[in-house]
Design a binder for this molecule. Structure first.
Ligand code: AMP
Length: 488
């Protein structure tokens, strides 16, 4: 009973605080909002549920936030109203329970120090406790997003200058945060001391740019300066950049390895390493650990592409995209109901029968979460005539949720938490199943990335402890109708 209550509480918190996000900011450019729009366009894969842009002319902040994709949300008319030489933006995806416009970012407030807007990527692990404390002192929260506590802490800080208030605020929160903040005269970027999520610094026509990934710099034609370091904060004001180390204690680096495995775009470089190249390395390592005699290596597009290429090269087996993907279907996880999710796989993939008939296939993907995708795809390949289907996964089994900003279901929904590898093989109907080992992953990270990683979802070892507040309040008791999707 107690375990059940505990699980329910954890699930409720998971519901409130699992966001996947991308952030962008530009300071000192005549077309700031337009550039931010393009930056977000390139970061769309990091969140497809809501998006927003705030522009500042140095006095006031103008915001536009909406549910939906960047391209559908911002037209010429909206962008032309977002006037000012400074701008930040955000794309977000969260669990279905909190698909609310009020949780869209950037979040903005008028403080006695002027307007402030914040865009946050990551999850805070002590947000519930801080929120309870602030609510106890009369604070009124407008959203259920953990990021709002940062704004409240900042607004309540007794420091005089905005950047000191910001330091005050981020010194109190724990967990993962890559933040971009806009005040009346400055743009601030900050990464948590463990550096879970990326944050990149670039330059465009003399302006400073902050972005979650380098693919955003590529699209706007900005030059890459460097990644912000874990625990670093940069303050950009009147064209000048200052770098600060505001945190009293520096933590060891724990960059999210799942950014490399799945989440980031393959054309991005994170911490100086290309994502696509590293995925190929993982595929090669996977082939060495789990070789198999086969006629072709087939990726699950697009997530398995680079690892499949690496596998094929290492094994000397031809690579074939014998499973075609419809690119106009939204990502599997976006659909709210299990029934639609399964249907989504069929809508999403279609095999090329003439290539598969009588063939032994190695099917490569980056991860198995609930197992929904592979159950369907393996059956699909068999129906299309494949003689053998050997599944290979370029990461270790996903045994735990992410507490630092990747959307994952609860433990009980993770197939690898509930089942052994052999059981999973049986469930998905494969002839064999091989995952890259945790040691294998750690070895490639040490030799290729040369940075400390967070592999909590694979190892169940979480570098920053999670505050599971025993009496977490039921958040968001009030729901506005205009927040909900229009049922038509
Ligand atoms: P599932 O069908 O639940 O086993 O999901 C596995 C598929 O989801 C794989 O193709 C992964 O590439 C993809 N995937 C892994 N993590 C995520 C995530 N956080 N959001 C969306 N898709 C994901």
């Amino acid at each position: 009973m107690i375990a059940d209550a505990q699980r329910l509480r954890e699930e409720r918190e998971a519901d409130h605080f699992h966001d996947e996000c991308g952030v962008f900011g530009i300071h000192g450019h005549d077309e700031a909002a337009h550039i931010t729009y393009l930056g977000l366009y390139a970061l769309q894969h990091r969140g497809q549920e809501s998006c927003g842009i705030v522009a500042s002319n140095g006095r006031e902040h103008i915001a536009h936030r909406a549910m939906g994709l960047v391209a559908d949300t911002f037209g010429e008319k909206t962008l032309s109203r977002l006037k000012g030489r400074h701008s930040i933006g955000h794309v977000r995806y969260s669990t279905a329970g909190e698909s609310l416009l009020r949780n869209a970012q950037p979040i903005c407030a008028n403080t006695d120090g002027g307007p402030v807007s914040i865009a946050h990527n990551g999850n805070l692990v002590n947000a519930v406790a801080i929120r309870r404390e602030l609510e106890g002192r009369g604070a009124i929260f407008g959203s259920t997003s953990d990021s709002e506590v940062i704004l409240h802490l900042l607004a309540r800080s007794r420091e005089q200058h905005m950047e000191d208030r910001f330091i005050d605020s981020i010194s109190r929160v724990k967990g993962a945060f890559s933040l971009v903040m806009l005040s009346d005269d400055a743009m601030v970027g900050a990464r948590d001391p463990s550096g879970f999520r990326p944050l990149i610094l670039g330059r465009l026509d003399g302006a400073w740019v902050l972005a979650s990934e380098t693919c955003a710099l590529d699209l706007i034609g900005a030059t890459y300066e460097r990644d912000l370091e874990p625990g670093e904060m940069v303050v950009i004001r009147r064209g000048r950049l200052r770098s600060l180390r505001p945190f009293v204690r520096q933590a060891p680096m724990h960059f999210c390895v799942f950014e490399y495995i799945y989440f980031a775009r393959p054309d991005s470089n994170l911490m100086g390493h290309n994502v696509y190249a590293y995925r190929k390395v993982l595929g090669r390592a996977l082939a060495r650990e789990h070789p198999v005699a086969a006629d072709m290596v087939v990726p699950v597009l697009d997530s398995g592409t680079a690892a499949a290429l690496g596998y094929a090269e290492e094994e000397g087996i031809p690579y074939e995209t014998a499973l075609i993907r419809n690119h106009y279907v939204r990502r599997t996880f976006i659909e709210p109901a299990q029934s639609i999710r399964s249907f989504g796989v069929k809508v999403k993939h279609n095999p090329i029968r003439s290539f598969l008939e009588g063939k032994r296939v190695v099917l490569v993907d980056d991860s198995i979460i609930r197992g929904t995708t592979l159950v369907k795809i393996v059956a699909m390949l068999r129906t299309a005539g494949a003689r053998e289907v050997h599944v290979r996964i370029s990461a270790p089994p996903t045994v735990g949720p992410c507490h630092y900003g990747i959307d994952t279901p609860t433990k009980q929904e993770l197939i690898a938490h509930e089942h052994t590898v052999e059981e999973i093989r049986e469930i998905i109907g494969a002839d064999s199943l091989g995952y890259l080992s945790l040691e294998g992953l750690r070895k490639t990270a040490a030799s290729e990335l040369k940075t400390g990683i967070c592999d909590g979802c694979f190892s169940d070892e979480y570098p920053v402890p999670i505050d599971v507040d025993q009496d977490a309040p039921q958040l968001s008791l009030f729901r506005a109708m205009e927040d909900e999707p229009d049922p038509g």
